[in-house]
Write a protein that binds this ligand. Structure first.
Ligand code: ASP
Length: 329
């Protein structure tokens, strides 16, 4: 039996009612009372936060808490709000690259104190997954176990809130047991890097987005931009010239990563005439990465280097299963 450690950070799973709405109030010890055998598990109460307030500083604290807990356990469960869990799971996948123990994030759509809450099952399933999985960062939610850097929250209230995007589900928990859907990958050496540069912006284009708005990020101290373009990577090149604005950012040494507003399948700026100038201007394709992975990877890469060529190379490389290099065109 593996020795596990729970790191509690808040989220709906830990919420109790307050006059102003639900607020995270329970710590790990109280959460574990809802799980069979939970009292034997060691824990850390890191935060009591709604995940809407989780930011790069909290990611760093979570990574440090994982490193500390890893000294005395062989599997970690992090309880976390669902709203930004996919960002945290992606960032921890980069910060704790090739970690040799499983780090499984979970939470719930309804507070664990409610008799009909999904929190009890989710926490139990995450504990089972952390007992069975090999190293890596994962989300266990509902019955599904998803690679952390491939998870996206796709539903606001349903119990199957997360999907695995452009990557097979890692497994499922059913009848108290873990069923693996993939072969464990060969393990590489664990490396930890938490000095990220969070000065990254995400811009979702809409019909009519002003070029001046795109260019304005430079004056806000932004050092890297992820652009959610239309479909395969389309932008305006008529009346309003997005490609020209993005080129201006690149000329100011601000890398621009192009991703799609479509959730599934890869983006590529190489297919349509509307985006053909993007490639020449040096835009980096996010290929099949989720937006959450693209944003957190860019912060992590910019923590290593601001050299445009190196940023480009690192964004195209696969570090933890976040990108299929064959889809990088
Ligand atoms: N607002 C909550 C949070 O993200 C939602 C949840 O946990 O489901 O912390």
């Amino acid at each position: 039996m593996k020795k596990l450690h729970i790191i509690a950070t808040g989220g709906t799973i830990a919420c109790v009612p307050s006059p102003n709405g639900l607020v995270p109030g329970l710590g790990a010890k109280e959460l574990l009372e809802y799980v069979p055998g939970g009292h034997k598990i060691e824990y850390t109460d890191l935060f009591h936060m709604d995940s809407s307030n989780i930011q790069p500083e909290e990611w760093q604290q979570m990574a440090k808490a994982v490193i500390k807990a890893r000294e005395s356990c062989s599997g970690i469960v992090i309880t976390h709000g669902t709203d930004t869990m996919a960002y945290t799971a992606s960032m921890l996948s980069f910060m704790l690259r090739d970690i040799d123990i499983p780090v499984v994030l979970t939470g719930s759509q309804y507070p664990i104190v409610r008799p009909d809450s999904d929190g009890r099952k989710n926490l139990h399933n995450a504990i089972i997954a952390a007992s069975e999985l090999t190293g890596g960062v994962y989300i266990a939610f509902g019955d599904a176990v998803i690679k952390g850097c491939r998870a996206v929250k796709t539903r606001t209230t349903s119990l199957n809130a997360f999907e695995s995007i452009n990557y097979p589900y890692i497994g499922a928990v059913a009848n108290g047991g873990f069923i693996s859907f993939v072969r464990p990958e060969p393990r590489k050496e664990f490396s930890c890097f938490i000095d990220i540069d969070p000065r990254v912006a995400l811009i979702k284009l809409i019909p009519g987005t002003s070029p001046a708005f795109l260019e304005s990020v430079a004056s806000c101290g932004i050092k890297g931009v992820v652009v959610e373009a239309f479909g395969l990577g389309g932008v305006h090149n008529f009346r309003r010239d997005h490609a020209m604005s993005l080129k201006k950012l690149i000329d100011e040494d601000i890398p621009v990563v192009l991703t799609s507003q479509c959730l599934y399948e890869a983006s590529s700026p190489d297919i349509y005439e509307v985006s053909h100038t993007l490639r020449d201007s040096g835009v980096i394709s996010a290929a099949d990465m989720t937006t959450e992975a693209a944003v957190t990877k860019l912060m992590w890469v910019l923590g290593h280097t601001h050299d445009m060529d190196k940023v480009r190379q690192m964004m195209a490389r696969d570090y933890c299963g976040e990108i299929n290099p064959d889809r990088v065109m």
